[in-house]
Design a protein around this ligand. Structure first.
Ligand SMILES: Cc1ncc(C[n+]2csc(CCOP(=O)(O)OP(=O)(O)O)c2C)c(N)n1
Ligand SMILES: [Mg+2]
Length: 546
């Protein structure tokens, strides 16, 4: 069998249904083998977007998403996506081509040491040096990408190897279950929680990856222990729950941080230090119980005293079974925080000023999205507003990146979310800066005939950095830009463009866009003038009074 045929068989064996990417001449054998396969090739307009799509596919399904590029420039374009997947713990396998390795073809033309380049960005990176190595290399790449903590893996298939014959059989994935925590660790956690005066649950990204949501929900109901979420832990337990205290969208001084300050034991579920810290540990401070699939990476701001390592759902179930009821505790301070936050979240939710107030935008979008609707955010200041004000109902319904926090992933992530969940409403929410980093993928979305609403928040600036600049007392400089006419821009791609000209139009526009189907771009002029006052001052002052 030709090696490239075997390679495709090995991918099929891993359950791959899509490959996102852009082939080069070094991938042509593989491309030809794909013509005989059930795997669909999704051609994008930039490898970075293909990588973001593959990573988000992995995030949503738990199965590694696969992306493809040529050598050199194609592979360098995958670099940001590799970091996105690896930091965000999203299973992804990248396949890149290479010139022949047994002979020289064109000197050093286009040659970059891609294996070395991928080393710090992946869990596994390997050149396939012979056809016989395909089954084990593919299996290992998928195993590593998917195993907790998931991330990126990379395989390089040189063109002469792709073309050679081989006769080795493929390797079936093994039957494997995640290990569970040791009894003594569970006992220790139970003791500490039982002795605590003010225990608090913190739900992070890891809890969003596997089916932990049922167990966590039960744990919260059973124990009455209040919970807070990190940005990437949103929705594991419905945030519209009477025990929800808030999201750690801001790093410090929000209402939720007062609850964290008041907690003497934090049960930290699925958090890792890659996410912006939801709180900072200090020596001699409160006790932190780390409940995760993997042990805690120690950091100056994170050094939990107790670790419960193993399948999260199992750990939570066992802790819940052993823990005496906690509902009698005095949770009044947490409730005070909860009420203060709820009051604050209502502020601005109905504000009709134009350009639109971010709080109103979040509120309108929350109303437009059913509980299973998915929003995929790019990176900008609005991410804080969404993390803080948009209550997530189910796991992975708010796709945001609080790990690499890269711009440019919002649109590709939304596209693949729609492909994975064709019957759910999906919306991309991007800044005018971040959108333009992968706006060419509108064409891919149109070509794929996706039903997608893309909201662009136009402030004609890199607003997030402007906010920081202002807060740090720097002069307003270097962050403004001009934009294309987004409505016309959308139309040239064959999408439908809309511009909000009065705040009250927005909700109807969104509804009509979802009803109408196809790709819709909605340009929303946004008023960020209050960001600094509210996010940096008002919240701090109000929360300090609690
Ligand atoms: C690829 C990349 N480049 C730069 C940054 C730094 N950065 C973070 S947010 C931001 C501005 C985002 O601007 P925009 O998309 O317009 O959103 P806004 O904050 O204006 O709503 C920048 C430059 C980043 N996170 N990722
Ligand atoms: Mg902007």
């Amino acid at each position: 069998m030709k090696t490239s045929d075997l390679f495709v068989k090995a991918l099929e064996n891993e359950g791959v249904d899509y490959i996102f990417g852009i082939p080069g001449e070094e991938n042509l054998d593989l491309l030809d083998s794909l013509t005989q396969s059930s795997i669909k090739l999704v051609l994008t307009r930039h490898e970075q977007a293909a990588g973001f799509m593959a990573a988000t596919y992995g995030r949503l399904t738990g199965k590694a998403g696969v992306c493809l590029s040529t050598l050199g420039p194609g592979a360098t374009n995958l670099v940001t996506a590799a970091a996105y997947a690896n930091l965000g713990a999203m299973p992804m396998v990248m396949i890149t081509g290479q010139k022949p390795i047994k002979t020289s073809k064109q000197g050093q033309f286009q040659i970059v040491d891609v294996i070395d380049m991928m080393q710090p960005l992946t869990k596994f990176t390997k050149q396939i040096g012979s056809g016989d190595m395909v089954p084990s290399s593919v299996r290992e790449a998928f195993r590593r990408a998917q195993e907790e903590r998931p991330g990126a893996a990379h395989l390089e298939l040189p063109e002469d190897i792709a073309r050679e014959d081989t006769s080795v059989p493929i390797i079936e994935p093994s039957y494997v279950r995640r290990p569970v925590a040791e009894d003594k660790a569970i006992q220790r956690a139970v003791e500490l929680i039982s002795q605590a005066k003010h225990p608090l649950l913190l739900i992070g990204a890891g809890a969003n990856r596997k089916r932990t949501c049922k167990m966590l929900r039960r744990f919260v109901d059973q124990t009455c222990i209040p919970f807070v979420t990190t940005q990437m832990g949103k929705g594991v337990v419905n945030e519209d729950n009477e025990r929800f205290i808030g999201n750690t969208a801001l790093s410090a001084d929000d209402f939720v941080h007062r609850a964290i300050d008041a907690a003497d034991v934090i049960i930290n579920i699925g958090h890792d230090v890659v996410e912006k810290p939801p709180f900072f540990m200090e020596s001699g401070g409160r006790t932190v119980i780390h409940v995760n699939f993997t042990s805690a990476m120690v950091d100056p701001v994170y050094f939990p005293q107790v670790e419960v390592i193993g399948d999260i759902a199992n750990s939570i179930w066992r802790i819940g079974e052993e823990l005496p009821a906690q509902c009698h505790r005095d949770y009044s301070f947490f409730e005070k925080v909860q009420t203060a936050l709820a009051d604050h979240l209502r502020q601005g939710a109905d504000d009709s000023r134009f350009p639109m107030y971010p709080q109103r935008l979040v509120n309108d979008i929350r109303r437009a999205m059913p509980s299973d609707g998915i929003i995929a955010l790019d990176n900008g200041i609005y991410k804080i507003w969404f993390a803080r004000n948009y209550l997530a109902s189910i796991p992975n319904a708010v796709l945001l990146d609080n790990a690499l926090a890269t711009m440019g992933a919002g649109l590709p992530s939304a596209m693949v979310a729609k492909m994975v969940h064709p019957h759910r409403r999906v919306m991309a929410i991007c800044g005018d800066g971040g959108f333009m980093m992968n706006s060419q993928e509108l064409q891919t979305a149109v070509q794929l005939e996706l039903d997608l609403v893309v909201v662009i928040l136009r402030d004609n600036a890199y607003g997030m950095i402007k906010w920081k600049q202002e807060n740090m007392g720097f002069k307003d400089y270097g962050l403004d830009f001009t934009n294309p006419n987004f409505v016309e821009y959308a139309e040239t791609y064959g999408a439908t463009g809309h511009r909000v000209e009065a705040t009250d139009q927005f909700a109807t526009m969104v509804e009509q866009a979802f009803e109408g189907g196809g790709v819709h771009l909605i340009e929303v002029p946004i008023d960020y003038s209050d960001n600094d006052r509210i996010l940096n001052h008002e919240i701090r002052e109000l929360s300090a009074k609690l």
